[in-house]
Design a protein around this ligand. Structure first.
Ligand code: IMP
Length: 429
């Protein structure tokens, strides 16, 4: 038995979709453990393209898929995503899809608050997906959230609803917007409940049973470690823990259930939204990376910022998540560059720094120190073995392994599922 956690080791959009799909074809259970419908996973199966934001990737293959308690759950988005998949021929039944009864709900006023704050923040805005993720997590830790189980007993949840609305109405008054219409909210919740309740379960119990049966469990992370609320580029982060350790707390399984952590790492760096990005390229090289890599957000359509590979940041993510091996993605985007740069450390006030600092002022002030590599003119697209790669590309990969202190388990050389060089199977016992 080997249970695998997949996490993004940069700022998200590392190409998790393809790798997770490849692994989910061999998993017995796929589990989401943090984030919500701010994620965007594109899966290509045969000639069908599936775009998922909230549902675990296993759903498209009929693998048991679980939305854990660590996820913030928008019931309307859930219904729409289930219906969209149904239109693509994927019929989802409670036998293959379960939602944790203790997952907090994202309600319409969470999205309102997300947008109101972003609009009021001017240049200091975070650049969120405006899907209410942060406000929903705030209510969870503030102990006033409604949870999935409350959909089955809205009457019993009345005192909690009052607490929640009192909090939000005070905030809304501060922004000069109308208070929440309680009756309408209750009507909307009663209307959406039947679309969700058949899927609701104590998923920790399902997972405990599966573990006893020695099923293969795949934990599917969303976003990336540098967006982790504790360890990321705070405050320009998402509001959940993204590190691999969250797979345990966010699903209700003990940490011993995790046998292997696979970090997904793009061969260069991208970021959507605001915040520090030491190796960002604001020139034609950055432009070229964005065009070659088709770097546009799946959820918001925003153009991603692009830059050189930052080995210092990735090394940090790998340590923070206990990554055992990486999947290096989008290597082919680097084809045809004369020279490639990799950040190996920073300089701060004239002194060398071997890690990314926590202070926002220092984060803004650091300068990357680069190592230079010869590029390659040959195409690596579609390579399926080391022998298919030019020597300069192999050198680049080997040096990255050294710099980040972690071996490559997989190299992905195109969006096609089979265009992958497999070094170590993460599910191997
Ligand atoms: P939020 O998660 O919507 O609150 O957004 C907070 C930050 O995380 C913003 O910089 C978003 O662009 C970023 N973010 C959230 N989800 C993703 C994702 O799936 N991929 C990449 N960035 C994301």
């Amino acid at each position: 038995m080997a249970n695998v956690v997949v996490i993004g080791a940069q700022w998200g959009d590392e190409g998790k979709g393809k790798i997770v799909d490849w692994l989910s074809a061999r998993a017995d259970v796929v589990v989401r453990f943090q984030g919500g419908h701010n994620a965007g996973h594109t899966l290509v199966v045969g000639n069908q393209v599936y775009k998922l934001s909230l549902l675990p990737s296993g759903v498209v293959r009929g693998t048991l898929s679980v939305i854990g308690n660590g996820v913030v759950f928008d019931p309307w988005h859930f219904r729409d995503e289930v219906e969209r998949l149904s239109g693509q021929g994927v019929k989802l039944m409670p036998e293959v899809l379960q939602v944790a009864e203790n997952a907090p709900l994202i309600l319409p006023f969470h999205g309102d608050l997300d947008a109101l704050r972003e609009d009021a923040s001017g240049a200091g805005k975070i650049g969120t997906t405006r899907r209410g993720i942060g406000p929903a997590y705030e209510d969870k830790v503030g102990r006033r959230a409604l949870r999935v189980c409350d959909l089955a007993d809205l009457e019993g949840a009345a005192p909690q609803i009052d607490r929640l609305l009192a909090h939000h109405n005070a905030l809304r008054a501060g922004f000069g917007v109308e208070p929440i219409d309680r009756d309408r909210l209750l009507r909307d919740l009663a209307e959406i409940a039947p679309s969700v309740l058949p899927f609701v379960a104590p998923v920790w119990q399902t997972l405990a049973t599966k573990r006893r049966q020695r099923a293969r469990i795949l934990f599917e992370g969303a976003q990336g470690v540098l967006l982790d609320v504790d360890h990321g580029t705070y405050p320009f982060v998402t509001s959940s823990n993204v590190v691999a350790g969250q797979a345990s707390a966010g699903s209700g399984m003990g940490p011993g259930a995790i046998n292997y952590v696979l970090g997904i790492v793009k061969a260069y760096t991208t970021r959507v939204g605001s915040g520090p990005f030491p190796t960002e390229l604001d020139d034609e090289i950055g432009q070229r990376l964005g065009e070659r890599g088709r770097e546009f957000g799946t959820v918001t359509g925003r153009k991603r910022r692009c830059g050189w590979f930052d080995a210092t940041l990735v090394k940090q993510s790998i340590a923070l998540s206990g990554v055992d091996g990486i999947a290096l993605t989008k290597l082919d985007v680097l084809d045809g560059f004369d020279e490639l740069l990799v950040c190996t450390g920073y300089e701060l006030d004239g002194k060398a720094l071997d890690h990314f600092p926590a202070s926002a002022r220092q984060q803004a002030a650091i300068r990357p120190v680069y190592e230079r590599f010869e590029g390659w003119s040959e195409s690596t697209q579609g390579a399926r073995s080391w022998a298919d790669l030019p020597a300069a590309a192999i050198k680049y990969i080997r040096r990255i392994e050294e710099l980040i202190d972690c071996p490559v388990a997989l190299v992905s050389t195109s969006p096609e599922r089979d265009d992958t060089i497999l070094v170590r199977d993460p599910f191997r016992d």
